[in-house]
Design a protein around this ligand. Structure first.
Ligand code: ZN
Length: 196
């Protein structure tokens, strides 16, 4: 295998990159500034040494606990449960939440062989058992797996009557027209309509 074929094959293993995109990227890298290539290679080679899961919330961090878990200015009575570390970044960018997070590491998906034992539910229960939280916000994806996971969380926390359990609302995109909303989003928006 030539160096070029090797690079194309390696790039094509990245998510969302097919053989055609991999080939385009490889030819781009041949022509590009050598300093850029070295910086890119160095960033990739060291990322796993620098970034690791926070021992408290499971989000990716360079310090343990992560900056969010160790931020004294955040509301420590609210806990938001998400599937993936990148969901924390997304919710943070909304600017609308100032509580803590818990990353499950995925969603329950029997078809993919992912059961509750593969996700960080025991760590979640340990955090709830401290009694520090008043509200648990379930922010799993609005998918079948996300819904199953949300129901499972409600089930394992059914005895915590003093804990308010909420879930992110699903609805219509801001600035969009009703006629362009997909049927499922529209149906969920109707079921979860709010008093006005
Ligand atoms: Zn953390």
């Amino acid at each position: 295998m030539t160096a070029l074929e090797n690079l194309i094959q390696t790039l094509s293993r990245l998510p969302g990159i097919g053989p055609k995109s991999a080939s385009r990227l490889a030819y781009h890298l041949i022509k590009t500034d050598p300093f850029y290539n070295r910086t890119l290679a160095e960033s990739i080679a060291t990322i796993q040494e620098k970034i690791f899961p926070c021992s408290v919330c499971g989000s990716f961090t360079e310090t343990d606990p992560c900056p969010i878990c160790s931020d004294a200015g955040r509301d420590r009575t609210q806990l938001c449960v998400v599937e993936q570390p990148q969901d924390v970044v997304t919710l943070q960018s909304s600017g609308a939440y100032n509580g803590l997070y818990h990353v499950l590491g995925g969603a329950i998906s029997p078809l993919d062989g992912i059961g509750p034992e593969h996700l960080s539910f025991s760590a979640l229960l340990k955090r709830i058992e401290t009694g520090a939280f008043q509200e648990l916000i379930i922010a799993t994806n609005p998918t079948e797996e996300g819904d199953t996971t949300a129901l499972y969380i409600r089930h394992i926390l059914k005895d915590w009557s003093e804990l308010s359990i909420t879930r992110l609302a699903s609805g219509l995109p801001i600035g969009g027209d009703l006629e362009y909303a997909d049927r499922i989003t529209l149906a969920r928006s109707l079921r979860q309509r709010v008093r006005f």
